[in-house]
Every structure is written in structure tokens, then in C-alpha cells.
Design a protein around this ligand. Sequence first.
Ligand code: NA7
Length: 533
Amino acid sequence: MSKIDQFDAVVIGAGISGMYQLHRLRGLGLSARVFETGDGVGGTWYWNRYPGARFDSESYSYGYSFSKEILDEWNWTEHFSPQPENERYLNFVADKLDLKKDIQFNSKVVAARYLDEQNLWEVELEGGQRVRARFLITAIGILSAHQFPRIEGMDSFKGQSWHTARWPKEPVDLRGKRVGVIGTGATGVQVIQEVAKIAGQLTVFQLDPNWCSPLNNSAITEAEQKEIHASYPAIFETCKKSFGGFMHDFDQRPFFDVPEAEREAFFERQYQGRGFGIWLGNFMDTLTDPRANAAISAFMARKIRARVKDPKVAEMLIPKDHGFGTKRVPMETRYYEVYNQDNVTLVDLNTTPIERVTPQGIQIGDKEHALDYIIYATGFDAVTGAFKRIDIQGKGGTKLADKWKDGPETYLGMQVAGFPNMFMLVGPHNGATFCNIPRCIEQNVEWVSDCIAHMQKQDLQRIETTETAEAAWTNHVYETTQGLLFSGVRSWFVGSNTPGKKATFLVYAGGSPAYRQKCEEVVAKGYEGFVMS
Ligand code: NA7
């Protein structure tokens, strides 16, 4: 048998969480190896290089906060930074911390099996390479398992087609071309508003519209740059206290206690403001009280009607199946105005479904939409999808996929009973799943690192959560969804966007301060809910 390398820890994924985890493991003096499918760091910001990809979080609230040196040396150029800059930033961090020497790129993990007797994880890569480690840490993201729609004839298309999450690195020239985009979620909206500027003809194939809101992006001026650098501690403190780890937080006043004129002015201010304010800085009960939700939805519908010239098209763009904010709100820059352009056509798939993809384009009823390119902006098998793609087996060969067939069961979204020494960063039901993600990633990584440090100090080799703790946490997660309007809406939050997947709540909706507090309490009570030996 060829020699199997052994490490203290294996991390799967070199995105924002995997990179920081590697840094912290090294700080503990542990040997660690990161395996990454791509040939560069960045995760989401490595893969999603489609035209128009950018942050919807304020750039300065999104970068790592743990290193003053990194904060001091990096200048964001826009309030909401685009993908190329984000990828450059993550490379800058990786180089600064000299991370790449412990990352094996072009290395896809296909299996991870817990070896009961040795108390080790054996990790297998595509191609057969195997390594072993005491700790297995998954840093595989919640929106990384991209999914294509199931449409007959997709392989027969003679032009080029891509999923947005696998956009090629080589430049793609869409100028003057006939382009079709399928999907109008956060990704579709970003890509449509960009491609509409250059395509000869853009056809948007829309299933259900989303409520989109202005990003209000701009370049960061020199004065703003100084102000941002001086305000970092305050920015991160604001994020830490807010429900979702953002610079925006809900207004707790009951909607109907506020005079109507003031409510309207409030909506308008949020609409004109930057980023997620209209969603996550709105009256909290717009997400729980159907009447308050109807008011903000009506406001948003008025905006769409005012911006789209053709009233029929405007109606097609107004969601009828869900209220504002009950699904992820796509952020836009002149998105609705795109539909006033002569080179853009909107096709409603609810009235006229796609029949098939043909060698020349997309067939709908008796009309064939001739296309040079098809862009699939059709989303992800969210949160659990990335786990499904790896054959993860715990104690006694129990498969994680079997354990989770009716929905994920975890403790704190960080561990699973029966899978000792496996930690999940931003796992299902983790507080980081409904969060300005790097803010909560830092919390996750620091919690896991402190836990491992504790084990080192106590000379402990094994940690496993109990089934009782796991069941209690899973129940608590479902309890937090009670009364939330988005629990009944079809979206990736509940997995109902993936055909064949049982719809259960996949994210944690109790808010990041409550999650952080719970994690701290667990430690204060001697790692309550875990058994260490
Ligand atoms: P989303 O939000 O899941 O959006 C996917 C879009 O693709 C959405 O408009 C879907 O319509 C559409 N879709 C999915 N399947 C089909 C088929 N078969 N035919 C036509 N249209 C289809 O993914 P995104 O990538 O936009 O965003 C994911 C997250 O990434 C986002 O929330 C951000 O946090 C970052 P539907 O909604 O099902 O009617």
C-alpha cells in the first residue's frame, strides 16, 4: 500500500471560510491541508465570474475583520465591489498569510470516511489520492452546488452555454450576440442588467419574478476611503449587533404604530439608500405580519410600474406568488429599465413553458427563440447540496446523506451526531446561513479553533455531539421559523427550488446575535451538548 499522508486537520474548500480556518489552525501549531476543486482561492468569488457579479453587502462590511494589517492595506474601490476585485482581494489575503503552500488546488474531495478504530478521517480525492487527519473541517459553502434545469435537448444546443457559477475564465464577447438568460434570482438580475448593455438581442426566460431593489452603488471617493478606514471598529460592531450581520438592522417599531405618511417616507428613504436597507433595515414585522408585508409589497410594485414603460411587461415583473422580502431580494442597478430597451424581450415561462432546447435556441410553443448563447442562472442545490456531492461516512459507516434524507440534523450547524471530529463551517442550520456571510464565518472559524485549542490543552482526541443536543437544536431551528412569512414560500432557504429535495428549513433564522450567544453559552457550560474524550 502506498504511504498515506497524515495531517492534524483536513479542510475541504479554499473559500472565505477555508482560508481563515487554515490560518487559525496554523496558529495552533497544527498541520493542515486544504483541498480545493478550483485552481485558485476564493470559493464563491472564484467560481461566480459571470458578467455583473458583485457584492450585495457593503464591501467594507464584507472583508475579513481579524487582521488590522489586512484592513489597513486594502482599499475597496466601490461600495459594492465587483467579482474581479473580490477575487484579487482574496488572493491578496492568501498571499499575505502565505496560505497557498498548504492548499492543494485542482483537488476534488469525493469521499470522507471516519475510521472508528484509529479515530481518524480518511479523505479521498478524485483520482484516488487519500490522506488521513484527526479533524475534518468542511468549508464547502452554502451556494456552491450549482444546478441546471432539466430541459429536454439541452445537450443539442449548437451555440455555447454556461451556468453562471461555472463562467469561463477566458473573456466571452457577447457584443451584438443573441443571448438567452434563464433565471431571474439574485444572479440572473446581475447578469441581465449587464448583458443588456452589449447584447444584440437579449431574451429573458422568467419563471417567477422577484422583488428587486436598487443597490445604489458608487465608487468610493478618497474622503470616503479615509472615513471607512477610520470607522472599521464601528462598522464591525454594528454588524455584530445586527440580526443578519449587516450594516442594516430592522426597525423594531410595530409597522401600524407608525403614522402612514412616516411609513411611506421611511420606505422611500430605504429605497434610495444603499444595499439591503429596504429589506433588512425595514420594519421587522414586514416579514411576519401579512398586512405590513402587503404594504411594502404595494410600495415596491408601484416602483416597478413607474420604471417599466409597458404596463403588460411591468405586471409580468411584479411577483404574485410571494410578498416582498420573503425570498432573497435581488439587488439591482437599472434592472427594470432594461425592459424598456428595444433589444430586450421578457418571456413568461408560467404562461408559456420551455418545450425544449434545440440546436438553434429555445423552443416555446410554436416559436423558436434563436440564440448564440444560453446563460443558465438557475441557482443551487443550497446548503446541503455540497455535502451530498461527497460520500461522507461517520461511525460504523453511517452515510450523512442517509441521515439527512428528510432534512439536516445538526448541533449548532457545526457538528452531527455519529460524525466525531467533523466540524462544518456554515453548515445547515448554522447561524452563518442567514448572515452577511464573512461576519459569521469569522465567528464559526474562531469557535471551532477555540474548541480544538481546548482539546489540545486537555489532551483530548475526540469530540462528538450527542443525539439529544442535536435534536434540541434542530427543533429550535424550526421554532425560529414560526411566524416568519418566508417559511411558506418556495425558495432555496427551504430547498424547494431543487427538484426531488424534501422541503425543510435549511438556514437558521434566529439572528446572528442569538446564535453567537448560544455558541458562547455552550462553551461556558463546558461544551454542553458535546462529549469529549
Ligand atoms: P436562485 O435565487 O435560486 O434563482 C434561480 C432562478 O432560476 C430563479 O429565477 C428560478 O425561478 C430560475 N429557475 C430555476 N429552475 C428553472 C427552470 N427549470 N426553468 C426556468 N427557470 C428556472 O439562484 P441565484 O443564483 O440567482 O441566487 C442564489 C443565491 O446566490 C442568492 O440568493 C444570493 O444569496 C447569492 P423560480 O424562482 O424557481 O421561479
